[in-house]
Design a protein around this ligand. Structure first.
Ligand code: NVA
Length: 309
């Protein structure tokens, strides 16, 4: 049995297979609908944090594959409070065939994975967002035809989205650069993880404090909120520290002429990204959102049917 918790647990070849499966399922869906390969199966969705895209894409994805999804909100099960995370995982495993969870501490998703006897999917933790990253590299392939050899620049916080994106890009041989203010880049461990995957695939990983250096000649410019869920009490300091890290028309001038702009959403227009760029011709943000559906369906099918791509 396999979980989808951390892109470091997946081989580069397997990431490519998941992307092939996502494209197949997308084409099948657009050509009249998916086969009901998950008929009779249920996905439990645990949320400790709010969600729009994750909830809707997993639920509609399960429906399109003939299965069902069950929403368990923050107040419903009291993960780790009303009962232990291990007991939740063990009990749910007797009812459902897969668990997707969005939690605060990454250790919580590891704990779920340790005790569950069904596959567990990471729907975002404080440190990783591997479902988003799979949709993101699918989007880059759609727009640019490949990830290999491209320059992908992340501008802003070295957060969950940035870390998983860096891993996914490195898996596919893309060059990854991040520009963050002093003190907001990746931990040494996380930087080492990306660097190792990049080295294995013959690509590079660089960190900068100057956004211009990171985006120079970039094929993709990516940004995300300066204040992630759970960091709200730190808002004032973060808004001040990230002021120079906005993705705007001026920053885009340094990128390749064919550069696209990406954001996982929710976006804070006027903070990390301007309206002009978010809604502009280079923006791929809504394709990214849609690709969550297709990428996650591939993960669900792979984990719940052991299907090879
Ligand atoms: N970094 C953001 C991503 C939201 C999908 C957060 O964790 O709030």
């Amino acid at each position: 049995m396999r979980h989808y918790l951390d892109l470091a647990d997946w081989r580069s070849e397997e990431i490519r297979e998941l992307l092939d499966l996502a494209r197949f399922l997308r084409l099948e869906f657009r050509s009249g609908g998916n086969k009901a390969v998950l008929a009779g199966k249920t996905l439990a969705m645990i949320f400790q944090k709010p969600s729009l895209r994750t909830k809707v894409s997993f639920e509609t994805g399960m429906n399109q594959l003939g299965g069902a999804a069950l929403m368990l909100g923050p107040d419903e099960i009291g993960l780790g409070k009303r009962e232990s995370t291990g007991d939740v995982a063990k009990s749910l495993s007797r009812f459902v065939q897969c668990i997707m969870a969005r939690v605060f501490a990454h250790e919580t998703i590891l704990e779920l994975g340790k005790h569950a006897t069904v596959p567990v999917i990471n729907g975002l933790t404080d440190s990783q967002h591997p479902c988003q990253a799979l949709a993101d590299v699918l989007t880059i392939q759609d727009r640019h035809g490949r990830v290999e050899g491209l320059r992908i620049a992340f501008v802003g916080d070295g957060n969950n989205v940035a870390f998983s994106l860096g891993q996914a890009v490195a898996h596919l041989g893309g060059h990854f650069a991040i520009a963050s203010p002093e003190g907001y880049s990746f931990s040494e461990d996380d930087a080492e993880t990306i660097a190792q995957i990049a080295a294995f695939n013959g690509s590079t990983f660089e960190t900068f404090t100057d956004p211009v250096k990171a985006v120079r000649d970039a094929d993709v410019i990516y940004t995300d909120t300066w204040v992630s869920m759970g960091q709200e009490s730190d808002t004032e300091r973060r808004l001040r520290d990230f002021r120079e890290y906005q993705v705007n028309a001026n920053l885009l001038k340094y990128a390749s002429r064919r550069a696209i702009v990406m954001h996982c959403m929710p976006a804070h227009r006027g903070q990390e990204i301007t309206d002009e760029v978010m809604d502009g011709a280079r923006s791929a943000v809504l394709d990214q959102a849609e690709n969550r559906l297709h990428a996650q369906k591939a993960i669900l099918v792979k984990l719940m049917t052991h299907q090879q791509a």
